[in-house]
Write a protein that binds this ligand. Structure first.
Ligand SMILES: C[S@@+](CC[C@H](N)C(=O)[O-])C[C@H]1O[C@@H](n2cnc3c(N)ncnc32)[C@H](O)[C@@H]1O
Length: 253
């Protein structure tokens, strides 16, 4: 996969995506990354990239032409999937990251700034708009890095086998079970016995039940769409009864 990021701050994206797990994946050739300065494609002598909106609103908008010139120069004959990071877009989630990673298409990610981008270039690029949440940041760089990091993490060759992501939060619709590392006792708190028992089947059962419990307590709405077996449903009924009893007990007290 090749990822191109068009931005007014290419060095920010280069720095973050050149580090740690993602940086190593890039060095190994799992994906290619190029960050482009939109200003380099500005057509006037002052390299102007913004102007005032026609709506009489305050603030500035990124001009269509430098972004279009950047896109044409970068993609050539290729047809990457174009994404504009935007608070108006559909909210990013793990399913979307999985879809992008599995499709494996090249990505051209546009980062807005100021009040955003002239709508005409978004229409011309047939850009998919993706948001990272219902809030507004000053620029699209953090959202673009979040998207790129999340996609790259799922590409073959990025994580080692031990880092396997399939039972992590959101991958299969549930939240992750609690995790523990050494020492076995820390400040009088012991790791659950089952995890040091060496009994594989019991460990797997414990993990699944804890995943169900964490999801039930923290994000119960996820259970409506998660893939659940009959034994998962039975365990959830048990949990529900247990926590309902606890509520009654607390109210009584
Ligand atoms: C100040 S914002 C513009 C907000 C725009 N006027 C609006 O109301 O939708 C500047 C840029 O930051 C990026 N941005 C801000 N918040 C974002 C979010 N939640 N998700 C994705 N991108 C965001 C976008 O690229 C946007 O063009």
């Amino acid at each position: 996969m090749r990822i191109d990021i068009a931005t007014l701050f290419p060095e920010i994206c280069e720095t973050y995506l050149g580090q740690s797990i993602v940086g190593r994946a890039r060095a190994k050739g799992v994906f290619e990354l190029y960050c482009h300065q939109i200003r380099d494609y500005a057509f006037d002598k002052h390299h102007r990239v913004d102007d005032t909106p026609y709506s009489e609103r305050q603030g500035m908008l990124l001009l269509a032409e430098p972004i279009w010139q950047c896109y044409c120069a970068v993609v050539g004959e290729r047809k990457p999937h174009v994404i504009y990071m935007s608070p108006r877009g559909k909210t990013l989630n793990q399913t979307k990251l999985k879809e992008l990673a599995e499709k494996g298409e090249d990505l051209f990610i546009l980062c807005g700034h100021y009040e955003g981008v002239d709508q005409r270039v978004l229409d011309k690029l047939c850009a998919e708009e993706i948001s990272i949440g219902d809030f507004v940041l000053t620029g699209g760089e953090l959202p673009a890095m979040i998207l790129a990091d999340g996609v790259v993490r799922l590409l073959d060759g990025t994580l080692s086998q031990e880092d396997c992501f399939v039972d992590e939060s959101h991958y299969s619709g549930l939240l992750e079970y609690p995790q523990y590392t050494k020492p076995q006792i820390w400040q009088d708190m012991a790791v659950p016995d089952v995890l040091v028992s060496g009994h594989h089947a019991n460990i797997m059962k414990w993990r699944r039940e804890k995943s169900l419990e964490e999801t039930y307590l923290r994000r119960p709405e996820l259970l409506e769409t998660a893939e659940l077996s009959d034994s998962d449903r039975a365990y959830l009924s048990e949990l529900k009864a247990r926590y309902e009893d606890m509520q009654e007990f607390l109210q009584f007290k």
